[in-house]
Design a protein around this ligand. Structure first.
Ligand code: IPM
Ligand code: MN
Length: 359
């Protein structure tokens, strides 16, 4: 089969990691007889430099016309001073919105080989964990009304959710749980926020009427932040709002060992998704070949699984990554303090490619 992939490398380490993932996909294409056609589009700070805006229309159109989108990362200190509506981050937010990607899946699991990179107490890490954060992605405070007063000495952002917005992401969470361990934890701040009260009511109504077989519980977000490090094995599927999901998924990444390992899939009502690592553009290490490409490579595997229904090919990538880690290969972000050597980003990429070719 032929698949058209929009490649949006972005800024900082984005091009390095997206390039590595594209190479992995090319090997998969050869191995399984598919054709992946990549078309590159600008977004983020580099688009601000070239076109004066972070998300050119051509990029939106190209992504809408593609079968799926692979994105590196955007942003960097160079663009810190630009006005809010031209910030590189606007590109990601605009793409998510334009493509209708209201669900963000962020898996976080402890890899046995990396237990020593886990920041948790060994007895907690030993229990293992494997959780999926289902983050709402096109609503909430990220997209609510915002502004400043005339004097400029006060500002506001608004959290807003409709029943429809909560239902569609919650449905995704319940469906995901059915394929996993059948447990959803809905995270909110309903002791304070009205949007959270609507969130909780809606999730429960849906759970009782359509998913009675799935175990559903709730947690306040402050408590959830604590439980994620106290006993992450409690969680199976977490469903939560845009901002809470943003924060909790960074926390979950550290619990697994490194933010350089965590992939994500952003999905809507069609098979077209956007796949990106959860980490940012890491300008401090950009161009030094230090970035761990694994998060983006695993995001490419998610693309095969969720957008193209190529589960075997996705398994093949995930197994290659696990095998390379099992053999003890490490990048700077996941090495243990005693390790005196480690792989550069391109060496890690090549180890994974070798494994894919030879297996
Ligand atoms: C993420 C990022 C983005 C977000 C930024 C870059 C807009 O932090 O994907 O988690 O907050 O969603
Ligand atoms: Mn984030």
């Amino acid at each position: 089969m032929k698949y058209n992939i929009a490649l949006v490398p972005g800024d900082g380490i984005g091009p390095e990691v997206a390039g590595a993932a594209a190479k992995v996909l090319k090997i998969i294409a050869d191995k399984y007889g598919h054709e992946f056609v990549f078309t590159e589009y600008a977004a983020g700070g580099n688009a601000v430099d070239r076109y004066g805006i972070p998300l050119p229309q051509e990029t939106i159109d190209g992504c809408l016309a593609a079968d799926s989108v692979l994105l590196g990362a955007v942003g960097g200190p160079k663009w810190d001073g630009v006005p809010g509506d031209k910030r590189p981050e606007k590109a990601i937010l605009g793409l998510r919105k334009a493509l209708g990607l209201y669900t963000n899946l962020r898996p976080a699991a402890i890899q046995p080989a990396l237990a020593s990179a886990c920041v948790l107490r060994p007895d907690i890490a030993a229990k293992g964990f494997d959780l999926m954060i289902v983050r709402e992605l096109t609503g909430g405070i990220y997209f609510g009304e915002r502004g400043r007063n005339e004097a400029g000495d006060a500002a506001f952002d608004t959290e807003a959710y409709s029943v429809m917005e909560v239902e569609r992401v919650a449905r995704r969470a319940f469906e995901t749980a059915r394929k996993r361990r059948g447990h959803v934890t809905s995270i909110d701040k309903s002791n304070v926020l009205e949007t959270s009260r609507l969130w909780r009511e809606t999730v429960h109504r849906l759970g009782e009427t359509e998913y009675p077989d799935v175990r559903l519980d709730d947690m306040y977000v402050d408590n959830a932040a604590m439980q994620l490090i106290r006993d992450p094995s409690f969680f199976d599927v977490i469903v939560t709002s845009n901002m809470f999901g943003d924060i909790l998924s960074d926390e979950a990444s550290q619990v697994t060992g490194s933010i350089g390992l965590l992939a994500s899939a952003s999905l809507g009502d069609t098979s077209r998704g956007l796949y990106e690592p959860i980490h940012g553009s890491a300008p401090d290490i950009a161009g030094k070949d230090l970035a761990n490409p694994i998060a983006t490579i695993l995001s490419a595997a998610m693309m095969l699984r969720y957008s193209f229904d190529l589960a075997e090919e996705a398994d093949c990538i995930e197994k290659a990554v696990a095998a390379v880690l099992d053999e003890g290969w490490r990048t700077l972000d996941i090495k243990s303090p005693e390790d005196e050597t480690w792989l550069t980003g391109s060496q890690m990429r090549d180890k994974i490619l070798e494994r894919l070719i030879n297996d």
